[in-house]
Design a protein around this ligand. Structure first.
Ligand code: BGC
Length: 522
């Protein structure tokens, strides 16, 4: 991916350009890709807690649920087909994002977005009209293909369109639109579940058509990025477009840098093999570990299954959906905190603070559920204060995620890769994310059944691991120009042994902070 604003040494490059209405509207429309991803994350949990939906497609789960409340509550949702319904989407997204990378590179970002929108739409129609389980799963696979295309192309599109000074904010803007999508889905589930006749789930699932149509039409009217045009040899059109996007005539410097970046990345014949070189060991490690840890926070247990979870711990179906709406609001608001603070307080601070916050909450929730349900899953009477404490701590946990691992899980990988491996490393990041989203979704209900309240301790264990990992191995990347990022590895107590001085000839003034845990800019 060509770089957007490169600053070298003390001579910071400042490309002229404004946050024009043109670029603002363009980015808002493009960010709808995140909305669709979020809608999907939010919709499945609510739908799978609607009795009419369960009765129609998953009768054995429905029967278990209807049985006497004294049966084991932990296992009432344990069904492989129900799980497959949720998680099939992520496997489809994983495979299509790999295909999408070629289409995006050869034919432009817009075509991938168009594919994304059309596939989404098809999936939403099949799901809304579903008469049997196979239609549900087919629909979700199509939605997944759509997500793969959209998630591969939209973030790239946003980064290339955005003036470099606003790239960070716009990057988390994508995460913000994911959280808005989740919230909208939760609110709709809440209302659609009340529809008489029990067909509200059709509206919830078919409703994905609305954001899908927006991105489909959007992709037809959006301009292609100048970077992508240059990559495909349309130099004159690209220069005209760049002037329009930046709102200034003087775009020569940026234009020439885009050409140079494109030439440089064309010289790299084997980006995948490149990634295996010793000097890229820190990057490859981060491309795998960051998305892995992001999913092992257990966030999607809440995002996919919040209503199911609340139902399990004793809330009525209606109260469960309402609680999911509350966690959805917390998710959106806390993401805004991250947009505000990420460049002020730094990435490491947010990662570590969020980790401690999530850990405390997981311990409290495990204790509450364990105390009430014990190991036999039999709750007896549930007092109101107990329900309030559980929801409160789940909300604090969601907030912790939403200003740390949520946005940073996408931001940090995207800012640490050098140009020559950026695109390949980013694909690794997306694929690992989807793979572990799939795995967590696939095993959650079974784990709830077998690990019981210990499930929360399982994820808490990983939160401890990831916080230690960040503390020792992730250098601070705040305020460091992308193309100078190599210096942070060179100055790092551990990664410096992989990165030789000549790998990053541009000197940088770094000093090891106490204990050598991260670079300090002086
Ligand atoms: C994660 C998703 C998660 C969402 C929650 C994203 O960053 O990749 O898996 O559901 O945040 O807001």
């Amino acid at each position: 991916m060509p770089a957007v604003g490169i600053a070298v040494g003390d001579n910071k490059k400042e490309y002229p350009g404004n946050l024009t209405p043109f670029v603002t509207v363009t980015c808002i429309v493009a960010a709808m890709g995140g909305l669709i991803f979020g809608y999907d994350i939010g919709i499945s949990g609510g739908v799978t807690s609607m009795p009419s939906f369960l009765r129609k497609f998953f009768p054995s789960v429905y029967r278990k649920q209807q049985q006497d409340a004294t049966t084991n509550q932990y296992c009432q949702y344990d069904s492989q087909t129900l799980t497959m319904f949720t998680s099939s989407l992520y496997l489809a997204a994983l495979s299509s994002s790999i295909v999408a990378s070629t289409i995006t590179r050869k034919f432009g970002r817009k075509l991938s977005m168009l594919f994304g929108g059309v596939l989404f739409c098809a999936g939403a129609i099949i799901n809304g009209a579903a008469k049997a389980v196979w239609m549900l799963i087919l629909g979700r696979i199509l939605l997944g293909f759509g997500i793969g295309f959209a998630n591969q192309s939209v973030p790239l599109y946003l980064s290339e369109m955005a003036p470099y000074k606003f790239r960070g904010a716009l990057n988390i803007g994508f995460q913000l639109s994911i959280t808005v999508g989740i919230l909208v889905a939760n609110v709709l589930n809440y209302f659609f579940a009340k529809i008489h006749g029990g067909w509200g789930w059709r509206l919830s699932l078919g409703g994905a058509m609305v954001p899908a149509l927006i991105i489909t039409v959007g992709s037809l009217v959006l301009p292609d990025t100048p970077n992508s045009m240059i990559e495909r040899g349309q130099h004159d059109e690209a220069r005209t477009k760049l002037k329009r996007v930046r709102g200034v005539d003087d775009v020569d410097e940026e234009f020439n840098d885009l050409i140079a970046a494109s030439e440089a990345s064309k010289k790299v014949e084997h980006p995948w093999r490149n990634l295996l070189q010793r000097k890229y060991r820190p990057h490859l490690t981060m491309a795998i570990m960051i998305p892995f840890f992001q999913q092992l926070t257990g966030i999607n247990v809440i995002m996919f299954y919040a209503p199911v979870l609340f139902n399990t711990i004793g809330f009525g179906s209606n109260a469960s959906l309402m609680s999911a709406v509350i966690t959805g609001i917390v998710n959106v608001v806390a993401t805004m905190v991250s947009i505000y603070g990420v460049d002020k307080w730094g990435r490491r601070f947010l990662f570590l603070e969020g980790g401690v916050q999530m850990l405390i909450c997981q311990a409290v929730v495990a204790a509450c559920i364990g105390a009430k349900f014990g190991t036999d899953g039999n709750p007896g009477e549930l007092p109101k204060w107990y329900a309030i404490v559980v929801v409160l701590f789940i909300c604090i946990y969601v907030a912790g995620f939403a200003w740390s691992w949520g946005p940073l899980g996408w931001l940090v990988p995207s800012e640490i890769f050098p140009l020559e491996i950026r695109s390949a490393a980013q694909s690794v990041n997306v694929s690992v994310n989807m793979l572990f989203t799939f795995i967590v979704a696939q095993i959650f209900l079974t784990m709830l059944c077998h690990l019981k309240f210990g499930l929360f301790l399982f994820f808490a264990f990983f939160v401890v691991l990831m916080s230690i990992f960040v503390y020792y191995f992730l250098p601070e990347t705040k305020g460091i120009p992308i193309e100078e990022m190599g210096q942070v590895w060179k100055a790092h107590w551990f990664w410096s042994r992989f990165v030789a001085g000549e790998d990053y000839p541009n000197g940088g003034d770094y000093e090891m902070s106490k204990g050598g845990l991260g670079p300090k800019i002086v």
